[in-house]
Design a protein around this ligand. Structure first.
Ligand code: CU
Length: 195
């Protein structure tokens, strides 16, 4: 004999399912809106992971620390990949990048004024204009970088308004995800990072 299911039990199950579905819908709507929100100074204050960056006020230099972490995927910067991190800097400021490689694989860091949304060439000079070489040189950046445990520092500026990447220049590394966005705008009053 099949045991009859109590109507009360059925209602409870239906209620739980409804709550789960509704929660998922609310979360997905919230995420959609937070991703598509226009970038202006009033809406970005709601971004959960917004962190203020240090500035050397005497020479308007924004200091950025980037690390190729050994604990994350091979092609990461501070544990992020594929432009998950975005750095916002006021127009006219300088940027000082301190780059450390913790990985066994060599990595370097280039500042690129990009003209494509994402890196899609093995050589980053095909995707924009390379402005700075950290931990490498203009003649060897596609093959050579810092060894594990090394740190290098680069300073560039003043930055003009536009979009840039900080990305590894070794062939294929940026295409594999090793890049962060840098947005320079006169609408930004103090530098910060999200992601
Ligand atoms: Cu690399």
């Amino acid at each position: 004999m099949r045991k009859a299911v109590s109507p009360v039990f059925s209602y409870v199950v239906a209620f739980i399912v409804a709550v789960v579905v509704l929660s998922a819908a609310i979360i997905s709507i919230y995420q959609y809106h937070s991703l598509s929100a226009p970038t202006n100074t009033t809406s970005t204050s709601t971004t959960p992971s917004r962190v203020t960056l240090p500035v050397i006020s005497s020479n308007k230099t924004v200091v950025v620390y980037l690390v190729a972490l050994s604990s994350a995927s091979t092609f990461n910067l501070n544990g992020t990949s594929f432009g998950q991190m975005t750095i916002y800097v006021p127009s006219g400021d300088n940027i000082e990048v301190k780059f450390t490689n913790q990985e066994s694989l060599q990595h370097n860091l280039l500042l690129v004024m990009n003209d494509t949304p994402t890196p899609n060439a093995a050589d980053l000079s095909s995707d924009g204009k390379i402005l700075m070489y950290v931990g490498t040189s203009s003649s060897s950046y596609t093959i050579q970088g810092l060894s594990s445990g090394q740190t290098a520092v680069g300073v560039y500026g003043p930055l003009s308004s536009g979009t840039y990447w900080l990305a590894c220049g070794i062939s294929g590394h940026a295409e594999s995800g090793m890049w962060v966005n840098l947005v320079v705008s006169s609408n930004i009053t103090s530098p910060y990072v999200t992601g």
